[in-house]
Design a protein around this ligand. Structure first.
Ligand code: C5P
Length: 214
């Protein structure tokens, strides 16, 4: 039996406008970190591309630490060709400042109306070279969760998308629990009841293995 190679992203990205200031979001990286641990324990060859996070490395997992969306894209590209499944759970910042000042800006140097630009959409970029790979996205929303998630599944040419409502403290960005629904291309929605992120990660990997690699 071939050994499945799994590429996972987790955590936020940081988009700096000087060495000490940035745009980011409150993602802790926990969900993707537990998915990487579950993937390894399931016997998959696992690479975790982790944005800035206090979480430690995981024995037996190739952990690559990155800062910005641009870094995350380039490290993902390095591993993408070789993987069977990409699970993109990172909360990539959608925008970044256009300008970067390469020293700590003095207060009066800071532009109070900074120009922003979009970061690269990593999943959309990689989905153009999908081939036979299984692509799994995440949709963190605070409203119309299932509807928005279905839109992204189509737009990014995914095999499945994991929808979660980050508008509730108990299942939000930095919490220990989560509640997810997995939406497949067939339109099927699989409800995973609220549980710890560790338990959900194990259930998700088992589900993906049964669904895509049996
Ligand atoms: O479009 P939206 O950001 O909501 O889509 C969520 C999915 O797209 C997630 O899997 C996320 O990791 C991925 N994404 C990405 N690059 C971005 C923004 C989101 O790969 N710049």
């Amino acid at each position: 039996m071939k050994k499945i190679k799994c590429l996972i992203t987790a955590g936020p990205t940081r988009e700096h406008f000087d060495p000490v200031r940035y745009i980011s979001n409150p993602s802790s990286g926990k969900m993707g970190w537990f998915i990487a641990q579950a993937s390894k324990e399931f016997g998959w060859d696992t690479t975790l591309v982790l944005g800035p996070s206090a979480l430690p490395n995981i024995d037996g997992v190739n952990v690559e630490r990155v800062v910005s969306a641009e870094d995350m894209l380039s490290v993902c590209r390095k591993h993408f060709d070789d993987c069977h499944i990409l699970i993109m759970s990172a909360a990539v910042s959608d925008v970044r400042p256009k300008m970067f000042i390469n020293h700590k800006a003095k207060k009066n140097e800071i532009d109070l109306n900074p120009q922003l630009e979009r970061t690269p959409d990593i999943l959309l970029t990689l989905s153009k070279e999908k081939g036979n790979k299984v692509l799994i996205g995440f949709a963190a929303e605070t409203q119309n969760v299932l509807e928005y998630a279905k839109g992204k599944l189509e737009q990014k040419n995914l095999d499945a998308i994991v929808a979660n409502n980050v508008g509730q403290a108990s299942t939000g960005f930095a919490s220990d629990d989560n509640k997810i629904d997995v939406i497949l291309r067939t339109g099927e929605v699989i409800d995973f009841p609220q549980a710890s992120k560790k338990e959900l990660a194990n259930s998700l990997i088992k589900f993906l293995s049964d669904r895509f690699f049996k």
